[in-house]
Design a protein around this ligand. Structure first.
Ligand SMILES: C[S@@+](CC[C@H](N)C(=O)[O-])C[C@H]1O[C@@H](n2cnc3c(N)ncnc32)[C@H](O)[C@@H]1O
Ligand code: SF4
Length: 358
C-alpha cells in the first residue's frame, strides 16, 4: 500500500495515493495556475522561498461544533476561553481579509479550524464567493453530520476543491467513544451520498478524503479504516494526535505507537512559510491550538500583509529555517506535545536550557 507523508503540515500520512498524485490530478483539472502554485508550495516547504504574501490562509467562520469529541479543544470551554480571543471575525472583517488576499492572488484557503464548518448555513455561498474572487484551492474538513442532498449539490457547484470527512473510527462502537454526539450510520450514509452525487453529476471536484485521528481508543482500527474506505473516496489520511494543551487529560489520548514516544531527530516547521491562520480576531503563523500566543496582530488593526512581513513572523521563520525550534517557547511546546521524545533529544544535545524567545 502506498504511504507518503503529507507535506502540508507534516502531521498527516496519506494512504492509497500520495499528495503528489492528488496535486497532479488537480493540476490537470485546474490548469497552469494550480501547477505554478504547487511548485511555489514545494519550494516554501523546503524553506527555499519566502513569498510576499502567504500561499494559504485558514480560518473558522463560526466557533461552533455539534459534536463533543473528547480529544478536541472545542469541547473544552475552559481552555478554549484561555486560548482564543472572544470576538469572532465579523462579516465585514471576513470581506476585508478576502479582498486583501484576492488582491495578492493568494491561491488557497481553508474554511475550517476548531469548529464544524457546515454549521455555518452560509458556507456554500462563501465558498462560491471565494471561487469567484480567484482562489483556486478551497478546502474544508467536516464531520459530515449536517450534509443533506441539497447542501451536497450546492457544495458540488461551489468551486470547492477538497473536502475531507473526519470519522476517526472503523466501527460504530469506536465512533461513539470518539465522535461524541455523532451518529455513525448517518455520517457514513452522508459521505456515501456525497460520493454518489459527485459521480452521478460527473463532477471532477472536489477531491474527497476521509480522515482518522489516531489515538489510544482507535489505534487498533487504522487498517480496517483504510480497507473500508479505500475504494470509496480519493484518499485516506491518518492524522497525528496532538494534545491541545499540556494538561494531563490530553496526554491520555496519545496512541501507544513507538514512533510517538521514542523516535525524534529533528524538526523544522514549514507552516510560517506557508500560511496565516486566523484564530478568531488574532492573526497567527500556524495551526497550533495555542497559536494566539504568537499573535501577529488583530484583524481590525493589522493587515495580513503586515502580519506576514512582521519582525515576529520573520524571526519565527528564521529559527525554523535553521532547525532551532527550541529557541521559541511556543514552538518548543508544540514540538514537545507533538513528539514527546523530543525532550530526550533536548537533554542529549544539551539544548534544554537554551531558550531565547524571539
Ligand atoms: C478540529 S476538526 C474541525 C473540522 C470538523 N469539525 C471535523 O471534525 O473534521 C478537524 C480534524 O482535527 C481532528 N482533531 C481534533 N482534535 C485533534 C487533536 N488534538 N489532534 C489531532 N487532530 C485533532 C479531528 O478529529 C478532525 O479530524
Ligand atoms: S467534530 Fe471536529 S470540531 Fe467538532 S468536536 Fe469533533 S473534532 Fe472537534
Amino acid at each position: 500500500m502506498s504511504i507518503k507523508k503529507y507535506t502540508t503540515d507534516g502531521k498527516v500520512q496519506h494512504y492509497t495515493v500520495t499528495e503528489d498524485d492528488i496535486n497532479t490530478r488537480l493540476g490537470k483539472i485546474i490548469g497552469d495556475k494550480f501547477v505554478d502554485y504547487r511548485s511555489q508550495w514545494d519550494k516554501v516547504n523546503k524553506f527555499s522561498l519566502i513569498t510576499d504574501f502567504p500561499l494559504y490562509i485558514q480560518f473558522d467562520t463560526t466557533q461552533k461544533c455539534n459534536f463533543k469529541c473528547p480529544h478536541c479543544l472545542i469541547t473544552d470551554d475552559y481552555n478554549l476561553d484561555k486560548l482564543f480571543s472572544k470576538e469572532t471575525i465579523s462579516d465585514e472583517g471576513f470581506e476585508r481579509i478576502i479582498d486583501e488576499a484576492s488582491e495578492h492572488q493568494c491561491p488557497s484557503i481553508a474554511l475550517h479550524g476548531t469548529n464544524e464548518p457546515l454549521l455555518d448555513k452560509g458556507l456554500e455561498t462563501k465558498i462560491e464567493h471565494l471561487f469567484k474572487r480567484g482562489f483556486i484551492d478551497i478546502m474544508i474538513n467536516t464531520n459530515a453530520s449536517a450534509l443533506t442532498e441539497s447542501r451536497i449539490k450546492k457544495l458540488l457547484d461551489s468551486g470547492l476543491t477538497r473536502i475531507r470527512f473526519s470519522i476517526d473510527a472503523a466501527t460504530e462502537k469506536t465512533f461513539n467513544k470518539i465522535r461524541v454526539g455523532g451518529n455513525y450510520k448517518k455520517v457514513v450514509k452522508n459521505i456515501e451520498m456525497f460520493v454518489e452525487l459527485k459521480e452521478k453529476g460527473g463532477y471532477k471536484l472536489p477531491v474527497t478524503g476521509v480522515s482518522f485521528c489516531k489515538q489510544k481508543a482507535n489505534e487498533h482500527e487504522d487498517r480496517a479504516f483504510i480497507e473500508k474506505w479505500k475504494d470509496i473516496v480519493d484518499h485516506i489520511s491518518i492524522q497525528r494526535y496532538i494534545p491541545a494543551t499540556s494538561d494531563q487529560k490530553y496526554k491520555e489520548f496519545y496512541p501507544t505507537d513507538k514512533v510517538y514516544h521514542e523516535e525524534f531527530n529533528e524538526f523544522r516547521c514549514p507552516q510560517p512559510f506557508q500560511r496565516l491562520v486566523f484564530r478568531n480576531q488574532d492573526i497567527t503563523p500556524c495551526c497550533a491550538w495555542y497559536s494566539r500566543e504568537l499573535s501577529l496582530g488583530n484583524v481590525n488593526q493589522t493587515t495580513s500583509y503586515q502580519a506576514w512581513n512582521s519582525d515576529l513572523m520573520r524571526s519565527i521563520r528564521e529559527i525554523h529555517r535553521k532547525g532551532e525550534w527550541y529557541k521559541n517557547d511556543v514552538c518548543r511546546k508544540c514540538v514537545e506535545l507533538n513528539y514527546p521524545a523530543s525532550k530526550k533529544f533536548l537533554i542529549q544535545n544539551k539544548l534544554n536550557l537554551e531558550i531565547e524567545n524571539v
